[in-house]
Design a protein around this ligand. Structure first.
Ligand code: FAD
Ligand code: UDP
Length: 386
């Protein structure tokens, strides 16, 4: 009856569902274990009427025209240049560390000299990962690098990952490079902002298609079973259609080789009967506190009609797989990749099973890269069938 069963209604599963139904003319079933769609992008009004992001602040940012265009079919946008500041001993400085930040933390004469050196070394407008900056042979540049390392990266990374910046994949700290420019924005992508009416309505429209059926509150494990001989049963009957799985790969195989490690987050929401809490959408706490950052939603969503303001603090911890915990961040290293590959090898038994998404691929995807990958895989799958 269904050409494809998709597990997970996050951005990966939802984009895939829409493409297969609309362009492939397929009947698609989406199974989602949470009681809502939109995965980690889910947003909703809280009890005070403030639009919040339940699983942490999400800003859509991309330079990929195709992705912006595709998602624009389902939403208008509230566009803004997303800015983040760090609270360093009570002082707020722009993050990523850039030439404006440099002038805030050094005296004018010294800052002018250091700026010149940085531009000479890397070129105006360049993006330098902190771990690269620390390797520079010039003592002055290394001094800046040490300042940034100590005041922006060390403590925050210890909180977020339980490891130092040296111990984690350079890809991760490389996401927030030192900017040799006066651009205070967190991302440099052409498009940035949030869906005008929220992420969830964007997903609702994407999944609203006659070829798509969505069942929330449904764990795929209760409907699908995967036998060691390669057969798949759906509601107890053999199923030979396609399956696109966007959940955690280790869970699919009952964690037979042990759990893939993840970092998780505890989100603590607070509401204040005041107009403004921190004057910024996101403040990173890079030298103090147990939480990594505070997000004040109305500055992020542009909401004007809410009374009071709601914030969220993020407390990272090591995911254990206990009930209610959510795996958020894959921990990228060789050992974990090797374990991932062992699980991936098990999927080969099932000719029609495809892995897609942050969890199924054990990768660090942004929304835009995830969308692009889902679009590409959908094209590939449709071509295979034709
Ligand atoms: P998910 O959104 O996690 O969706 C997977 C879905 O599968 C979930 O809904 C889950 O419930 C469901 N599922 C899992 N197992 C089963 C099962 N057994 N049965 C049924 N359903 C199941 N990206 C950005 O571009 N900008 C940002 O600002 C940004 N901020 C982020 C902040 C945080 C705190 C985090 C953790 C991520 C952030 N991201 C951001 C990344 C973004 O969340 C991901 O790129 C995106 O959510 C990946 O989509 P996905 O569909 O792969 O996964
Ligand atoms: N990071 C940091 N201090 C900051 C911002 C980022 O140390 O003020 C490091 C930290 O290790 C973090 C990584 O850079 O995990 C990537 O940051 P990003 O904001 O991209 O993380 P995400 O939004 O995915 O949580």
């Amino acid at each position: 009856m269904y050409n494809t069963i998709i597990i997970g209604a996050g951005i990966a599963g939802s984009v895939m569902a829409r493409k297969l139904a609309e362009e492939g003319g397929e009947q698609v079933l989406v199974l989602e274990r949470r009681d809502h769609i939109a995965g980690n992008c889910y947003d909703k009004a809280d009890e005070y009427g403030v639009l919040i992001h339940e699983y942490g602040p999400h800003i859509f940012h991309t330079g990929i025209e195709e992705v912006r265009e595709y998602l624009s079919r389902f939403t208008d946008w509230y566009d803004f240049g997303h800015e983040v500041v760090a609270n360093v001993h009570g002082r707020l400085i722009p993050i990523p560390f850039n030439l404006n930040t440099l002038h805030m933390v050094y005296e004018k004469e010294q800052a002018d000299r250091l700026e010149k050196k940085l531009i000479e070394a890397y070129g105006e407008g360049s993006r330098v990962p902190i771990m690269k900056l620390r390797e520079n042979e010039d003592a002055d540049i290394r001094q800046i690098a040490e300042y940034v390392y100590e005041n922006v990266f060390l403590k925050y990374t210890m909180k977020q990952w339980g490891q130092t910046p040296e111990e984690i994949s350079p890809e991760v700290t490389g996401r927030v490079p030192v900017l040799i420019s006066r651009d205070n924005r967190y991302f440099q992508d052409k498009y940035q902002g949030v869906p005008l009416y929220g992420f969830t309505p964007m997903f609702e429209r994407m999944l609203d298609h006659p070829g798509i059926e969505v069942q929330t509150g449904t764990d795929c494990k209760d409907r699908l079973s995967f036998s060691a001989d390669g057969t798949v049963l759906f509601d107890g009957e053999p199923y030979t259609g396609r399956i696109v799985y966007t959940g955690a790969i280790d869970e699919l195989f009952d964690c037979v080789y042990g759990r893939l490690p993840y970092r998780s987050l505890n989100f603590v929401f607070e509401h204040y009967e005041q107009d403004d809490f921190q004057g910024h959408s996101v403040v990173n706490y890079t030298v103090s506190e147990d939480y990594t950052r505070i997000t004040e939603f109305k500055h992020l969503t542009g909401q004007k009609d809410a009374k009071g303001t709601t914030i969220v603090k993020e407390y990272p911890f090591a995911y254990t797989g206990a009930d209610g915990e959510i795996p958020y961040y894959a921990i990228l290293n060789d050992k974990n990749q090797a374990l991932y590959e062992k699980y991936k090898a098990l999927t080969k038994r099932y000719g029609n099973l495809y892995l897609l998404g942050r969890l199924a691929e054990y990768k660090y995807y942004n929304i835009d890269a995830m969308t692009k990958h889902a679009l590409e895989l959908a094209d590939e799958l449709m071509a295979k069938r034709a």
